[in-house]
Design a protein around this ligand. Structure first.
Ligand code: F6R
Length: 617
C-alpha cells in the first residue's frame, strides 16, 4: 500500500517521478504528491485524487530540479485530504519525508515533539516521523563515526520507531542525496547511469535501469547520483547484492488493451506456459521444482500440509488443498493468513507450511510465515514478485514467473497459483501412490492447459453480451462443488471488488441451508457444471434455483447437456482433466466480472477502497 519513488541524477526529476508514480498507482490512489528541492527550499505539490492531478500542478509550479521524490497514498492514519497527502515537511522546514506503513507509537512521539515546540499540519503518523528526524537532525554533529549527519538522524529516529515503514527522506542542506529505509514495507534501489532511484516496486524504475538492490528490513541506504551505501540500524555496513530485473518496461505497458485486467486475462495462456516451463521430469510423469530447498526424502516424511494466504491467493490454496488430498492423499488445511497469525492453532509436528502471495509483500501472509517459522516449521512460498520479502524469508519456494500483474483484481497470478498447486499435487502424488501412467496423463493435461485457456477466451464476445444483460443486478450467487467451490468464491470476489455488485460464493448444495432465501428474479446464480460424478447433483441445485425464479448463468464443459430451459445463459468451455478444470472454469468468471464492471462504468484497474499490495494489517 502506498507507492514511493525517489530520484537523484542528471535528468529533470519531476516527470520521471510522476511517471513512476503512475506505475505504482495500483498501490493506492487516494492522493499523490511530489517534492523537489529548488533554490534552497522544498517545493511541494500534493493533492487528493489521482497522479494526473499533480502532473498538471507540477507543470504549473515549474518543478525543474534533478532530484526529488513522490508518493501515491492509500489512507491509513487521517482522512483523504490535501493536508494528509505526502510528502510531509517538518515544521522547521528542513526535512521532507514520504512513507509507506504505519507508525504504531506515533501518539507518544507526537506528545514529545509538541513539548519541544514542533507543530503539525496533518493527522498523519508520517508527519510525526518527519518531525522526529528534524529533531535529531538539528541536534546531530556534522558527522559521526563516518555517518553523515543526515543518515545518522534517520537512524536515531528509526531506533525509536515502532511499526512498519518504507521511507525516503530529503534534507534541505543535503542536496543531491536521498536517505531511504525499510521495515515491513518493500523498497528497491535502482542503480542507473549516473542516477540512483528508489521505489516500492520495480515497475516504477525499470524504464531507467534493470540493476536493482532489494533493501532488507532494518537497512538504511544513502543514495547520490553515482553512489549508494547500505548500513543497518545497528550501524553495520552491508555488502549489497545487485540483481538484474528479468522483465522490461514493455511487460508493464497496457498495449492495445483498455485495462490491465483485460490484458492480464488474455495473457493467461502465455503466463501458464511460463509458470510450467522446465518444471516437468524428463520421463514426463511428474513435476520438478528447483528452489524448494527441501529434499524429496524430507517431502516424503510430510504428514500434513498447511497453506496460508489472503483473498484470491487463499482461493488458489483451497484448490490446491483439493488437488493434494485427491491425488496425493495427504491431509491439507487452509487458513486465512490474518487468522492463522493470531490463532495459535495446534499443529502436527510433521507439517509442511506453504504461503501463497502474488506480491510477496502482504503483511498478514508474511506474519503467518514468520509465526510458522517461529514455531520451528519450514515454510515454502508460491510467489510471483522476484526478490519480495516473502520470497526472501521463506525456506524455499516456487516462483510463478508470470511477469508483473498490475490490475488490482488478480487474474493471471491466480490461475498460475492454481497451476503450481496442481503441479505440487502431482509431485507429491508421484512420491506416493500415483502411478507412472496416471502421472503421464496428468502432465499431458497440464501441458495442454494454455490451449484450453485460449479456447475458453474465445468465448469473450459471447460473455460480453451476457454481461450487458446482467450488469443491472445488485446481488449474485456463485455456486460450484469440490474443486470448483473455490472458483465460486473467486468468481464472487472478482465481481464484488471491481463492479461493486454484492456477490456470494457457496458450495452448490449448501444453498438449501440458508442462502436460498436470497433467491428471486432479482438474484441471478452462476453455476459451474462439469461432466463427471457431481453433474446430476449440480443440476438438482440449479432446478431449486429455477423453481424460485432465479436467473441462471451456467458455465459448463462441452459434453454437458442441461435440461431444456434450465439455464438462461450458457457458457461452454472445453472438456479437461480434473487437474486443469479449475483453471479453465476461472476464465469465464474473470471475463464476466470484467465486462460487467466495464458495463457499469467502474474503474476496473483501480476499484474503490482497494490497493493491490496490502502491506498494512
Ligand atoms: C483480489 C486480490 C486480493 C489478493 C490478496 C493477496 O483480486 O488480488 O484478494 O489476492 O490481497 O495478495 P497477494 O497475493 O499479493 O498476497
Amino acid at each position: 500500500m502506498c507507492g514511493i519513488v525517489g530520484y537523484v541524477g542528471r535528468q529533470k526529476a519531476a516527470p520521471l517521478i510522476i511517471e513512476g508514480l503512475k506505475r505504482l498507482e495500483y498501490r493506492g490512489y487516494d492522493s499523490a504528491g511530489v517534492v523537489l528541492l529548488q533554490n534552497g527550499a522544498f517545493d511541494v505539490v500534493k493533492k487528493t485524487g489521482r497522479v494526473v492531478n499533480i502532473e498538471k500542478e507540477a507543470a504549473i509550479h515549474g518543478l525543474q530540479g534533478s532530484y526529488g521524490m513522490g508518493h501515491t497514498r492509500w489512507a491509513t492514519h487521517g482522512g483523504v485530504t490535501d493536508a494528509n497527502a505526502h510528502p510531509h515537511i517538518s515544521s522547521d522546514g528542513r526535512i521532507a519525508l514520504i512513507h509507506n506503513g504505519v507508525i504504531e507509537n506515533y501518539a507518544k512521539i507526537k506528545k514529545f515533539l509538541l513539548e519541544k515546540g514542533f507543530t503539525f499540519k496533518s493527522e498523519t503518523d508520517t508527519e510525526v516521523l518527519c518531525n522526529l528526524i528534524a529533531y535529531h537532525y538539528a541536534k546531530e554533529p556534522a558527522a559521526q563515526n563516518g555517518d553523515s549527519r543526515f543518515v545518522s538522524s534517520v537512524r536515531k529516529t528509526l531506533r525509536h520507531t515502532e511499526g512498519t515503514y518504507g521511507i525516503v527522506v530529503m534534507a534541505i542542506d543535503a542536496p543531491g542525496e536521498l536517505v531511504t529505509a525499510r521495515k515491513g514495507s518493500p523498497l528497491i534501489l535502482g542503480l542507473g547511469e549516473e542516477e540512483s532511484l528508489v521505489a516500492s516496486d520495480v515497475a516504477a524504475i525499470v524504464s531507467r535501469t534493470q540493476n536493482v538492490v532489494y533493501l532488507k528490513d532494518g537497512e538504511i541506504a544513502h543514495l547520490t547520483p553515482k553512489t549508494f551505501a547500505i548500513t543497518t540500524l545497528a550501524s553495520e555496513n552491508v555488502n549489497a547484492v545487485v540483481d538484474k530485473v528479468t522483465w522490461s518496461i514493455a511487460d508493464a505497458e497496457l498495449g492495445n488493451y483498455a485495462h490491465f485486467m483485460e490484458k492480464e486475462i488474455f495473457e493467461q495462456p502465455v503466463a501458464l506456459e511460463n509458470a510450467m516451463r522446465g518444471r516437468f521430469s524428463e520421463d514426463g510423469s511428474t513435476a520438478n521444482f528447483g528452489g524448494l530447498n527441501i529434499s524429496a526424502n524430507e517431502f516424503r516424511q510430510v504428514e500434513r500440509f498447511m497453506f496460508c494466504a489472503c483473498g484470491t491467493a487463499l482461493h488458489a490454496c483451497m484448490v490446491t488443498e483439493h488437488m493434494i488430498e485427491r491425488f496425493a492423499r495427504i491431509p491439507v488445511e487452509c487458513d486465512y493468513a490474518s487468522e492463522f497469525r493470531y490463532r495459535n492453532s495446534p499443529l502436527h509436528r510433521n507439517t509442511l507450511f506453504f504461503v501463497m502471495s502474488q506480491s510477496g509483500e502482504t503483511i498478514d501472509t508474511l506474519a503467518a510465515l514468520r509465526e510458522a517459522k517461529r514455531k520451528g516449521f519450514k515454510v515454502l512460498a508460491v510467489n510471483n514478485v522476484v526478490g519480495s520479502t516473502i520470497a526472501r524469508e521463506a525456506d524455499g519456494g516456487i516462483y510463478q514467473h508470470v511477469g508483473p500483474e498490475v490490475g488490482v483484481a488478480s487474474t493471471k497470478a491466480f490461475t498460475s497459483q492454481v497451476l503450481i498447486g496442481a503441479m505440487l499435487a502431482l509431485y507429491i502424488g508421484r512420491m506416493r501412490d500415483l502411478s507412472f501412467g496416471a502421472g503421464v496423463r496428468y502432465v499431458t493435461a497440464l501441458k495442454g492447459a494454455p490451449d484450453l485457456v485460449r479456447k475458453a477466451l474465445e468465448q469473450a464476445p459471447h460473455i460480453r453480451g451476457i454481461a450487458r444483460r446482467f450488469a443491472r443486478y445488485n446481488d449474485m450467487l456463485f455456486l460450484g462443488r469440490l474443486s470448483l467451490y473455490p472458483i465460486a468464491l473467486e468468481g464472487a470476489l472478482k465481481l464484488k471488488e471491481i463492479s461493486y455488485i454484492h456477490a456470494e460464493g457457496y458450495p452448490a448444495a449448501e444453498m438449501k441451508h440458508g442462502p436460498i432465501a436470497l433467491v428471486s428474479e432479482e438474484c441471478p446464480a452462476v453455476f459451474f457444471a462439469a461432466s463427471g460424478e457431481m453433474l446430476n447433483k449440480v443440476i438438482s441445485s440449479m432446478q431449486e434455483i429455477k423453481a424460485r425464479k432465479g436467473p441462471i448463468i451456467a458455465i459448463i464443459t462441452e459434453s454437458v447437456e442441461l435440461p431444456a430451459g434450465l439455464a438462461d445463459e450458457t457458457i461452454v468451455v472445453p472438456e479437461c482433466h480434473e487437474a486443469v478444470l479449475p483453471i479453465v472454469m476461472s476464465i469465464p468468471v474473470q471475463l464476466l466480472s470484467y465486462y460487467i464492471a466495464v458495463e457499469r462504468g467502474c474503474d476496473v484497474d483501480k476499484p474503490r477502497n482497494l490497493a493491490k499490495s496490502v502491506t498494512v494489517e
